[in-house]
Design a protein around this ligand. Structure first.
Ligand code: HEM
Length: 360
């Protein structure tokens, strides 16, 4: 039997004639990744994708037993945790996975920022990335309410109260999410639909755009790394970088598995909307810096409510980050240094306010 007559080759040829899969292999073979001292940060987007895949698989499995009903939501989570085979494991993978994914997306954002990967021609990759961050955090916020325990209930209440203060869109947005004046059945139903249908669809669409653009422009090189005197070496994406990607995924999955087995995700007592809020209630760590910042605002600044001023300041800080490709386009050394310092200030502020919020 000659090699072209082998059954596997026959199937390969059949598929090739119909799907032209060789076009994909050609793209993978052409793709190259720059090799330099900061190359480690190129793995972050891939790790975020791994955790996203974990969220999809575990989320679908959780949906089999979770009931988005005021009377049954909490009981269904208790059942998943204690009666369903490996239920606790799947749920913990989902909860820890969400936190790791958000942490990795932050790492990916700041590393892309400091490597100046947002500059021409990657401005739109950056803007889509910012939307992906918002969607990722919205996943966290909407998922947090679903177990319907006391902390998740009151944390959501505080979050929606703050959101309702945002001028113009705030009150309508909060009302739309709540589905009425109080958090109740309508809120669970809406958060469930947002969490399992709307956000995944939007995220997949945005991610496809993000990845097509990354493919189109190739990986960026930090400024000064590739000069005519010292050109930056490159390696093939396939198989060199890809195999290391796989290794990094295995390591990341192990970190998740260790967290899940050593610290399975718990659940608090069922939410009682008529009980007083538990003392020292706080949002999840990724909202804590903003929460802490708003807590420090005085009752009023001149004629304006303090919290409103805080919301404006947070929006201004975030807005400058979103718009960075347009004020640091690489043509001015001064602006480049300013952008780096600004990024450092935001990063330090984010970490400091998060720690402050956690210990206070
Ligand atoms: C769900 C969240 C996200 C996923 C799954 C994701 C995935 C990826 C992947 C796989 C890459 C190529 C490899 C790499 O550079 O790591 C990439 C590149 C990139 N991402 Fe993301 N990303 C996400 C969010 C973000 C965010 C929040 C930003 C920043 C606002 C961002 C900005 C960029 C930029 C600028 C590049 C090009 C990097 C370069 O050329 O050096 N991404 N992303």
């Amino acid at each position: 039997m000659t090699s072209s007559n082998l059954p596997t080759n026959k199937i390969g040829n059949w598929l090739e004639e119909r799907l032209k899969l060789s076009a994909l292999t050609q793209i993978a073979q052409k793709k190259e990744v720059p090799l330099h001292k900061h190359s480690i940060w190129y793995y972050m987007g891939g790790i975020a994708m791994l955790f996203l895949a974990v969220q999809f698989v575990t989320g679908i499995l959780l949906m089999v037993y979770y009931v988005p009903d005021l009377e049954s939501a909490h009981a269904s989570i208790l059942k998943i945790n204690s009666q369903i085979q490996f239920g606790w494991f799947i749920r913990s993978l989902h909860s820890w996975g969400a936190n790791l994914m958000i942490a990795v997306v932050f790492l990916h954002l700041f590393s892309s920022y400091f490597m100046k990967a947002y500059r021409k021609p990657r401005e739109i990759t950056w803007l889509i990335g910012m939307l992906l961050l918002v969607i990722t955090m919205a996943f966290g916020f909407s998922g947090y309410l679903l177990p319907w325990d006391d902390i998740s209930f009151f944390a959501t209440k505080i979050g929606l109260d703050i959101a309702s203060k945002t001028p113009l869109i705030g009150p309508t947005l909060a009302e739309l999410l709540r589905g009425g004046e109080n958090i109740g059945q309508s809120t669970i139903s809406r958060f469930f639909v947002i969490h399992v249908a709307i956000l995944p669809l939007v995220l997949l669409g945005l991610l496809a755009g993000h990845l097509v653009l990354v493919q189109m422009h190739g990986m960026s090189k930090p400024p000064g790394i590739d000069t005519p005197e010292k050109p930056c070496p490159k390696e093939k994406f396939f198989p060199n970088f890809f195999l290391r990607d796989l290794l990094v995924w295995i390591l990341s999955f192990n970190v998740l598995a260790v967290l899940v087995t050593l610290a399975p995700w718990g659940i608090g007592p069922e939410a009682d909307p008529f009980a007083p809020a538990p003392l020292g209630i706080k949002p999840e760590w990724y909202f804590l810096s903003m929460f802490q910042f708003l807590k420090l605002m005085p009752a009023s600044v001149g004629p304006i409510e303090g919290e409103l001023v805080g919301i404006f300041l947070i929006a201004a800080v975030a807005g400058a980050l979103v718009m960075v490709p347009f004020w640091d386009d690489g043509k001015s050394e001064g602006r480049s240094a300013l952008a780096t310092m600004y990024g450092l200030a935001v990063l330090i502020g984010f970490i400091a306010f998060t720690i402050w919020g956690a210990i206070s």
